[in-house]
Design a protein around this ligand. Structure first.
Ligand SMILES: [Zn+2]
Length: 75
């Protein structure tokens, strides 16, 4: 058995990782996405947890805090 010290297990937990409830632009369901504010402003594709369609997430972040969150239906 390989044992990992606690530090190794928590290495990937980011303190800037925050949860946001957003509405899917396709099915309208409220889903929760994780945003890494430490990465700064960013755009990426996230699949809806309900209907699995891809939406484009636009994050504006400054100093490790999310300032605004935009959701668009990706085509
Ligand atoms: Zn959906």
């Amino acid at each position: 058995m390989v044992r990992y010290p606690p530090a190794a297990l928590t290495a990937h937990v980011h303190r800037y990782l925050t949860e946001h409830d957003i509405a899917c632009p396709f099915c309208g369901e409220t889903i929760t996405i994780l945003v890494d504010a430490s990465a700064g402003s960013q755009q990426y594709i996230e699949d809806c947890q309900v209907c699995c369609r891809p939406m484009q997430v636009t994050v504006e972040a400054d100093d490790g805090e999310v300032e605004s969150l935009g959701i668009d239906g990706a085509s």
